[in-house]
Ligand binder design. Structure first.
Ligand SMILES: Cc1cc2nc3c(=O)[nH]c(=O)nc-3n(C[C@H](O)[C@H](O)[C@H](O)COP(=O)(O)OP(=O)(O)OC[C@H]3O[C@@H](n4cnc5c(N)ncnc54)[C@H](O)[C@@H]3O)c2cc1C
Length: 480
């Protein structure tokens, strides 16, 4: 049995590791376009900031660790064409050498590529001009060259999604003045504007200039050898906005990299990602796909596109197991995510109000605040919470949190994710037996206080009496 994985990041490597652990006799080859298999690209901002001191530290596992599992790595090798009927993969290796690899099963993990927005001048400018996209280790090295060789003083970041914000944090930490431009009305559009507003205040506190409702139209090089860049944008009311910068980072999202799969006949789905079933099977015989290149199964929405490292690891594992003949299913995503912005963190899981309404729920969203631990013990922080639940059934649909990075924002959103994953009601979350000691929590944890605020607002509080947690999923009684 020869398994071939295309892609050496979260999905491809997870698939290869799973296959090798299930069948140490399986021949597993991983084809990787660059020389950086199993690097944590999620950690790039912290290498750029200087907090991670060497790029090699970003490796989840070294090449030697990976090879020790018995997989064979083909680095600097690009997959060019899949011959589905003959089960062969055409690859170009180092030096342009072409080869046909025979496979029994193939896993496509080609991931995503950064979106290039329609900005005038962007096509002609590149890393040598101080203009960067950011996704791969190669992109990271280019950013570092600009930072080290040109010692820029000012950076414009186009986009204020989570990567744009992490990079604002990173570049400010390095001492640059950051100007962040976002075409939507508020930063971090994956959370409600009420929380985005708090994130924006944090950026402003740290000296960043934040221009929302601002669409970048053109980037031009103005300074000859000195390499100054001019960024021209339009505000929402049409007013022209112009800023000078020494470097520009364009981080406006990703799109699935499906050229190879589509040219082999793979069916595409939401956002033109590769269509897969929950076993990560494509429509092509013996071909699986996982990670940022595929449509993702969402537990509340069904099929969607939600590129995240957490999901890519899980889907890769499912693909690796099923390629060996298994019958595993991807359990589904809730889009759970968290981002650190300087000393604060913002997180979300599940659905926001408008997403829930579009999916046919009858959502109510309630905002509240609570302390992360008893306020009499030093160092407590307020957490702002937004709970979304269904008015009719009381089902918990989504939670968004904002607070200090040491206020356990990530773990508290994970409690909510666990509850939503198991289709719990809002009062069910309030009943959970969570831990407490004054320096770390409260008898009712902050996340339970958020749940109770929702119950009060929706007229359920009087009826709520600690009656034991309730899940909407019906479960068979435990057999004796
Ligand atoms: C700066 C940054 C921060 C992030 N932070 C987070 C975070 O905090 N949390 C989170 O959950 N997610 C985060 N993500 C997203 C996460 O990194 C991705 O979801 C994840 O890497 C997807 O993994 P993947 O294997 O599907 O694809 P990718 O990581 O895109 O990897 C694709 C792989 O395929 C290879 N490849 C592509 N085409 C070919 C070909 N034709 N032949 C051979 N090889 C090929 C590439 O070289 C690469 O190895 C972040 C991403 C970035 C860029």
């Amino acid at each position: 049995m020869h398994l071939v994985m295309i892609g050496g990041s979260d999905a491809g490597i997870s698939a290869a590791l799973r296959a090798r652990e299930l069948d140490p006799g399986a021949e597993v080859s991983v084809v990787v376009a660059d020389a950086y298999p199993n690097f944590s690209i999620c950690g790039i901002p912290y290498y750029v900031s200087g907090e991670v001191t060497h790029w090699r530290n970003l490796a989840h596992r070294t090449t030697a660790d990976l090879e020790a599992t018995g997989m064979s790595l083909r680095l600097d090798t690009t997959a060019r064409r899949i011959d589905v009927p003959d089960r062969k993969l055409l690859v170009t290796g180092p030096g342009g050498h072409e080869e046909l690899l025979a496979y029994d099963k193939l896993v496509i993990g080609t991931g995503a590529v950064p979106v290039r927005p329609p900005i005038g001048g962007l096509e002609a400018l590149g890393p040598d001009d101080g203009v960067h996209l950011l996704h791969s280790m190669g992109d990271t090295f280019a950013v570092m060259r600009t930072l080290e060789d040109k010692t820029p003083g000012t950076a414009v970041i186009v986009g204020a999604g989570y990567i744009g914000l992490e990079m604002a944090d990173a570049l400010t930490t390095r001492g640059l003045h950051v100007i962040q431009m976002e075409q939507l009305p508020e930063v971090l559009p994956t959370v409600d504007p009420a929380l985005g507003h708090l994130v924006r205040a944090q950026l402003a506190d740290r000296g960043a200039e934040v221009l929302t409702g601002t669409t970048v139209r053109r980037i031009t090089r103005t300074g000859g050898e000195a390499g100054q860049l001019q960024v021209e944008a339009a505000a929402a009311d049409g007013t022209a906005v112009t800023r000078q910068a020494d470097m520009v980072l364009v981080v406006v999202g990703v799109r699935p990299d499906t050229t190879l799969a589509a040219s082999a006949g793979a069916a595409l789905g939401v956002r033109s990602a590769i269509a897969v079933d929950r076993g990560m099977r494509t429509n092509l015989p013996d071909v699986y796909a996982a990670g940022d290149c595929v449509v993702t199964w969402h537990r509340l929405l069904g099929e969607t596109y939600l590129p995240l490292g957490t999901t890519a690891h899980k889907q890769g594992r499912v693909a690796g197991e099923n390629a060996l003949g298994g019958d595993r299913e991807f359990a589904g995503s809730l889009g759970t995510q968290v981002v650190k912005i300087f000393d604060q963190a913002a997180a979300r899981t599940g659905l926001r109000d408008h997403e829930a309404a579009a999916a046919g729920y009858d959502p109510v969203t309630v905002q509240s605040e609570a302390d992360d631990h008893k306020a009499y013990y030093p160092g407590s922080h307020r957490i702002t919470m937004r709970f979304t639940g269904d008015r009719g059934t009381g089902q918990l649909l989504g939670v968004q949190l904002f607070g200090h990075r040491h206020a356990e924002i990530a773990k508290r959103v994970d409690i909510a994710a666990t509850a939503i994953f198991h289709a719990m009601t809002v009062d069910g979350l309030s009943d959970l037996d969570l831990s407490y000691t004054p320096p770390l929590g409260s008898p009712w944890d902050a996340i339970q206080i958020g749940a109770q605020a929702w119950l009060r607002e929706t007229g359920r509080w009087e009826a709520y009496g600690g009656h034991g947690s309730r899940a909407l999923l019906s479960r068979p009684p435990r057999s004796r």
